[in-house]
Design a protein around this ligand. Sequence first.
Ligand SMILES: *[C@@H]1O[C@H](CO)[C@@H](O)[C@H](O)[C@H]1NC(C)=O
Length: 504
Amino acid sequence: MASSPSNPLLFAFLSLVFFFFFFVFSENKSFVSAIREEVSELQFTHHHHVPLTSLLPSSSCNSPPLGSIRKGSLQVVHKHGPCSTLKHHTSSSSSSSFIIPHSEILKQDEARVSSIHSTLSKSHGHHHHHHDEEVDISKGLGGQDKLPAKSGSLLGTGNYFVTVALGSPKRELSLIFDTGSDLTWTQCRPCASSCYSQKEPIFDPSLSSSYSNISCSSSQCSQLSSSTGNDPACSKSTRACIYGIQYGDSSFSIGYFAKEKLTISSTDVVEDFLFGCGQNNQGLFGSTAGLLGLGRRPISFVEQTAHKYNKVFSYCLPSRASAVGYLTFGGGGYSSGNVKFTPLSSISQGSSFYGLDFTGISIAGVKLPVSASTFSSGTIIDSGTVITRLPPAAYGPLRDAFRKGMSKYPKAAPVSILDTCYDLSKYKIVAVPKVTLSFAGGVNVELDARGILYVVRETQVCLAFSPNRDSSIATIIGNVQQKTLEIVYDVGAGKVGFRPGGCI
Ligand SMILES: *[C@@H]1O[C@H](CO)[C@@H](O)[C@H](O)[C@H]1NC(C)=O
């Protein structure tokens, strides 16, 4: 085929003809690949053209304009970015004060993914009683005995946090929000065994008039077994219920299961919220005070507040660590007209995870030759996993098509689990092939350019997808891909919705 004709009308006409033949003959493989070449010429419909600077984190926080955050919403902030209040920012304006520890993030991401997969395989079919992995909670509180540093039945931590307030009078606490786990907990005084260092003062239940312990004879206490993977213990003196939770990266929290007044915003207060008051906490929680569990099991925030928010929440993760997104509870927030919903599926009985039916991927306007059955091991969407994990049979064709679309850019060394990287430092504008994820119900979600790339530095910008070890394990939609999408979890109605352009 001759290269682009000089006459733009002729070019447009030829393009139309090619699209026509594409639809008619799309079964024919060699023809399809010829068409792909042609389609790649149509850069402006099938590529994002983005300034390189818009991919890089800026050194100052780009807060949304006043009033653009919805009433009752929490701001969602990246742990390592300049909007984070958890760090001591040096006054120097050099961007080096916000260095994001990429190799650490990607390593922790592997730990999270392998614990998700082990949780899912455990709960599939035969149910094992894993006594060997149980934590001796009472010893954990005594402090002499360390918890086994095994890969637990639960997950490591995510990278985004929100700030809520607990107790009366209320105290602000920044909590990692996590759709992949259920128990909400925060570090508590007197830190009977140990607390890691956090930015805000550690919550002191003795200073709050609305705090009370849950008794170990209550049904609430027994709910802990399924939600934490560990049977609760009972304090000898006061018969207080003691929880213990371990995460995939050997982080853990042990303490009193309690209830307290939780303040989301001036108009949104949850009385008697069940949470873990952690007396022995260790792990990769940064300087946050703990975790907000948004999973599907009964003690999660979503289930506990069902009467108030109808099991609806939505969030938008910002495009860069230098911007903020939001987390909203209740259905009042979203403009349903623009949200496209796909049914929630239950990937395994009683798990924390939000399952979806993933049906395919398109890149640069061409649907990859990957059948929906490639995803038959199930798919979850997770706020805490960073990089999307695909079955090898889907990742290979995606990577090949992406490399083709990016062939004019110089390659760069791979980093960790990312094998397709480019040096974009010489370019002002970058053309990134558009990627669309398809879900059951004909829902096509076009990713933002920042949802396709993982930027380590301008000389190392990588395709932000990675293959699973084999096809028998679940696909995971990670948080890079979720950037700038408003994602609505309507758990009561059994559906998850997507709206592009949810935040900056
Ligand atoms: C909760 O239980 C712990 C452990 O027995 C005890 O030290 C604490 O005083 C109790 N708090 C309240 C408010 O009852």
